[in-house]
Design a protein around this ligand. Structure first.
Ligand code: GAF
Length: 410
């Protein structure tokens, strides 16, 4: 007999197929449930999701996939979970889920979502969730600034929905996952990453209004331009401290400026309160207000195919993150400079760091037929100047989290 995923292909196909085979060889039976949730890249609108701003991400064709099947009835009610990438195994006791103090690693993200899900659906319904074997694998680079943790959280919530038959509202699901990140990983993140993984849509960016939490999908189906993601392969470990500090600085600045929301703040408001703001608060404020403006302009530029304008907005965003928000680093700056050096003549429209910063990835807008040359050049020069190998790949906007049909063929 053989087990197949119903001729499932698309960007997630290889990953799911591999995971299914691993599950079968490990557990001598096929998975009953398979789900996948994507990472994201943010085109523009950085560090403003927690400042009532707009962000413009897309889900990428890289996923965290989870396969699971019930365990025999007489075993304890646990989820026995193995991470393929890290080759680590751990357990969640479904009758005694972990408290938020759990160390922030993959079990924490998953445990946080299990606990949040139990709260939402109530203990009685949650008690129907059986003991299970779980295997998960990611082709979102782990810790690479492409939201591998949000993808794991959202995949876990999708798994629990599939098993329990209880479907959460999409916003509710994203917010539950954000809460897990706050409570179990200690990162006071905004809503961008989890919303991207839940609401991702093929051939569209998401203009997410982080104040109203409304999404407008902005179609992007150009053959002419591609989204190139470059992983700097560095991660300056700051254990979330810098992130929380930025949030606090913005909150303090907003209070001094005296408006209720960053959305209502203008450059004039910042300038007229210049005296009361510290230098750092002033710089942070300049970033927030200008980035909110750039992001709205970027959505208009995409809709009208003005790629040069979009590219310039991306460069400006990077400069602002580098100098005013101070979340870039040498390696990210180098990657952006290399892209800029290639310029329009070589097929590059614009480039910037993406995600939380201090390492991770850049996002570059390139002419599709020059994408290979651009990648080769950046890779060679980055290696030459930093001694580090960058990883580059292009991605189209991808589908958000979903369950994958399993089928037994005997
Ligand atoms: C991280 C956070 F998780 C997001 O919420 C967002 O703030 C991002 O950094 C910066 O834009 O990915």
């Amino acid at each position: 007999n053989s087990f197949e995923n119903t001729s499932y292909d698309g960007p997630v196909g290889d990953l799911v197929h591999r995971l299914t085979q691993s599950f079968i060889s490990e557990h001598s039976r096929p998975p009953e449930w398979i789900v996948a949730a994507p990472g994201r890249v943010n085109l523009i609108g950085e560090h403003i999701d927690y400042n009532d701003g707009f962000v413009l991400p897309m889900a990428i064709e890289r996923y965290v996939a989870i396969a699971a099947a019930p365990r025999s009835q007489d075993s304890a009610r646990v989820a026995s979970i193995r991470s393929v990438n890290l080759n680590e195994r751990d357990e969640l006791d479904l009758d005694d889920l972990p408290k938020p103090s759990l160390p922030p690693k993959w079990l924490g993200y998953m445990g946080g979502v299990f606990a949040g899900f139990q709260d939402r659906i109530g203990s009685e319904r949650f008690s129907q969730i059986p003991a299970m074997d779980v295997l998960f694998e990611s082709n979102v680079p782990i810790g690479g600034g492409l939201s591998s943790s949000a993808a794991l959280e959202v995949a876990t919530a999708t798994l629990l929905e599939t098993i329990s038959g209880v479907t959460l509202g999409l916003d509710e699901k994203a917010l539950l996952c954000q809460q897990a990140e706050h409570d179990y990983a200690g990162v006071p993140c905004g809503i961008m990453d989890q919303f991207s993984s839940v609401f991702g849509k093929e051939n569209a960016f998401m203009l997410l209004d982080c104040r109203s939490q409304q999404i407008r999908h902005v179609p992007f189906d150009s053959d002419h331009v591609s989204i190139l993601i470059t992983n700097s392969n560095v991660k300056h470990e700051l254990s979330g401290g810098e992130y929380a500090q930025r949030r606090a600085q913005c909150d303090a600045a907003l209070k001094k400026i005296g408006v209720a929301s960053w959305r209502d703040a203008t450059v004039d408001d910042i300038e007229s309160n210049r005296e009361s703001l510290s230098d750092v608060e002033y710089s942070r404020s300049c970033h927030v207000v200008s980035e909110i403006d750039r992001t709205q302009k970027a959505a208009v530029a995409i809709e009208s195919g003005q790629w040069e304008t979009l590219g310039e907005l991306m460069y400006a965003s990077h400069r602002s993150l580098q100098h005013d928000y101070e979340v870039s680093c040498r390696e990210l700056d180098l990657l952006v400079e290399l892209a800029r050096g290639i310029g329009r003549a070589g097929g590059v429209y614009g480039s910037r760091m993406t995600g939380g910063g201090f390492g991770g990835c850049t996002v570059t807008l390139v002419e599709s037929d020059k994408a290979v040359e651009v990648s080769d050049h950046i890779q060679k020069q980055y290696k030459k100047q930093s001694g580090i190998d960058a990883h580059l790949f292009a991605s189209l906007p991808a589908k958000g989290a979903h369950a994958i049909p399993c089928q037994l063929n005997y």
